[in-house]
Design a protein around this ligand. Structure first.
Ligand SMILES: Nc1nc2c(ncn2[C@@H]2O[C@H](COP(=O)(O)OP(=O)(O)OP(=O)(O)O)[C@@H](O)[C@H]2O)c(=O)[nH]1
Ligand SMILES: [Mg+2]
Length: 205
């Protein structure tokens, strides 16, 4: 799990936003970057995006965020997105490496359900390739684009994407209006810090 630096008393946590192309992952990070409240300006790092000319993520988007101290440790969250387009799978594997927590961003439009499910399966497969198991990684779901007319009911999306033995938190969102963005991020960070505290801050990576 997270990188723990005992010398500098820092806890570094990697969160990856995963999901099919055009689902709204980059917009989530942009909204966090634009709206997050920090005590000092330096706690909010620069957002770095590597996009194609049509604004689709080519490699990743990245944004470091320093948060509160827990048990004397300064926590640093690193938020990443993957490129959703099917062809960039090698890149998705690279970005997933060392992940601590995942936000799966699903597009709520009916016609995107097959792509959402395919992307979720692709995520599980890539984790397996990296010798990780979704069962051991904290993750949450976000049902984005709730502002559009042709959306599937939340129950149906749960049925498709949140059908494991233990259901995970799922948040309806309209990322372009920053609705549901911080609810989603707050939950995954809370789950990760909880895991860290329960594991007693043991060193692992
Ligand atoms: N109507 C609506 N559009 C949204 C919402 N969130 C994102 N979009 C739009 O959907 C498009 C894709 O958003 P991105 O954030 O670039 O999607 P992405 O998941 O990063 O896509 P890739 O980088 O290709 O994987 C953009 O035109 C956004 O403005 C939303 O909540 N509602
Ligand atoms: Mg993107």
């Amino acid at each position: 799990m997270a990188i723990i630096n005992q010398a500098t008393k820092e806890l570094q946590v990697k969160i990856v936003y995963y999901g099919a192309a055009k689902g709204g992952k980059t917009v989530n990070l942009e909204q966090v970057h634009a709206n997050v409240q920090t005590n000092k300006p330096e706690e909010k790092g620069k957002m770095v995006s590597l996009a194609t000319s049509s604004d689709r993520t080519l490699f990743f988007d990245f944004f470091p965020l320093e948060a509160m101290s827990i048990k004397g440790f300064k926590t640093k969250f690193q938020l990443y997105t993957v490129p959703g387009q099917v062809i960039y799978n090698t890149t998705r594997q690279l970005v997933l490496r060392g992940v601590d927590g995942i936000v799966f961003v699903a597009d709520s439009q009916y016609e995107k359900m097959a792509e959402n499910v395919e992307s979720f399966q692709n995520m599980e497969e890539n984790l397996r390739t990296l010798k990780m198991d979704l069962g051991n990684i904290p993750y949450v779901l976000q049902y984005n684009k709730r502002d559009l007319p042709n959306i599937a009911p939340v129950d149906y999306m749960d049925y498709l994407l949140n059908n494991k033995e233990v259901q995970v938190p799922a948040f309806p969102a309209t990322a372009v209006k920053c609705e549901g963005v911080f609810e989603t991020l707050n939950m995954i960070t809370r789950m990760l810090l909880h895991k860290f505290i329960n594991e007693g801050g043991r060193k692992s990576s």
